[in-house]
Design a protein around this ligand. Sequence first.
Ligand code: GLC
Length: 607
Amino acid sequence: MGLDGAGRSRVESLLGRMSLERKIGQMTQAERLSVTPAEVREHHLGSVLSGGGSTPGANRPADWVAMADELWEASAAGGPEQGAVPVLYGVDAVHGNSNVLGATVFPHNIGLGAAGDPELMERIARVTARETLACGVDWAFAPTLAVARDDRWGRTYESYSEDPGIVAAYAGRFVGALQADLGPDGLVACAKHWVGDGATTHGIDQGDAAIPRAELESLHAAPYRPAIEAGVLTVMASYSSWNGDKCHGHRYLLTDLLKGQLGFRGFVVSDWNGLDQLDDDFGEAVALGVNAGIDMAMVPESWREFMARLKEHVERGRVPLGRIDDAVRRILTVKQACGLLDRPRPSERPGANDPGFGSAAHRETAREAVRKSLVLLKNEGGLLPLDRGARILVAGRNAHDRGHQCGGWTVEWQGLTGNDRVEGGTSIWEGIARLAPNAVLSAGGTGAEADPRRHDAAIAVIGERPYAEGLGDVRSGDDVVVEQGSQIQGTFRVLEAYGDELSLSRLHPEDLTTIRTIAARGVPVVAVLVSGRPLCIGPELQASGAFVAAWLPGSEGQGVADVLFGGHDFQGRLSFSWPREPGQSPNRGDSPYDPLFPYGFGLSYAG
Ligand code: GLC
């Protein structure tokens, strides 16, 4: 990512005319519910964001564009040369612009990793960019480049793979397509979370990655290289720690390695209140983070205090003015590079209110991604593919629940239950019903009505309910939250865990009951697991005739039926090793390595 001479001199000219207050304003990002357009203007804020589920008006593209226009009027009217620098608006468009009603919701990254298709990632990025720009939003906090090494982590599904190879193969392609050569239909990308977010002990969210530097750099930093080569404009710091030291305050990681050795020339944004965790004293935390290399602070509510503390630090010499200038130069460089400084108000931009938002064409791309993401783990006696005329009983808690199949970061931070607020798309049941006229939905979802005289086979759609971040963690108790003796400098929040063991039969015993109920009546069962990670499935696998890992397929559940009924063969291959026992988290390259199914495993109809 580089500017030409004119661009560089414009940035220097703008920087040279800025007061300290304006500079600090550019380094500040507030959440939309905690700031008014008038305050954006008064304090010259550099960015505003929507946290997961923070949506304007009726949460339609037009409502987002209207909000973006207000913020543009407040920040950009008059033009940068008159000191009016437009805000960057950021959202978590991590699997499509999934906050917004009616958006195309793609499979989460764990399924895309199984698809093994970098070219498809470019098309996904283009649809995501179009549906985000349609809302007047310029910045997506994506892609996540985590290399998740412990499936107990609540964010495993945001990772493409346990192996850096797939993550690196996708990183540059996704960033390049999302940013689209920084043209008018490009979106500012954000590689996250720097660095080692997927390496924490026990997979504890925001925990400590107690690993040697060689492992940190070869497994977890490596995928950022292609992202930086592709010109990624922003990087988000990780809440987690490395050998006890928080990434948000780690000068070697944020400055020497990322900006120095790897040559990253965009800006580093902190995570949501990530700075707070550096010290019990917020003022001290601000100095630690900014001096370490945080360029923009995501301080959703505490933005006023951030600005006041940072100003004091500069006036007292605790934070050098040169550090402020470096941060603001990076922020202005990003805004210049993506054309933001010269774009008209959002509603007047070519992509605003794009009628292609949530269109059939976009959904076809997502449906293709679903098909390619499915991994066939078992197919006894060639049970699959099913005959479209067969009498199919469809059971399971996740059979007709578009919210569950989308997972976290969908309309709400923690995702949804039910179908109402995932508009458009198809549940897995709805997709089956379209292809198989003799399919019926189990009344209570339990399959209790299974009868070999009326049913040729059953499909049991089972698995997890949605979660995001630490609320998806699986851990035996808070005793493992911080390893005895590991001194994490600072603090971190511990959220209530999803469960205490990575076994499906413990997390959701109703699923095994459903499968066994149906099988006991002599009806063969195809199990379809909707989950954000591999789970221990011994009993469920044994009781099923066929078993499919569907991950979190998103809004286009139809893609599952496409493959179950022979339209497309299975092609997905595991990008995560599948554990044999709870507590085991096998990764490719381990020695010994004894997963239930190895990295790269996946059957087709023929075996
Ligand atoms: C969250 C996540 C981060 C997200 C940010 C804004 O806490 O860690 O991935 O981009 O806050 O929602």
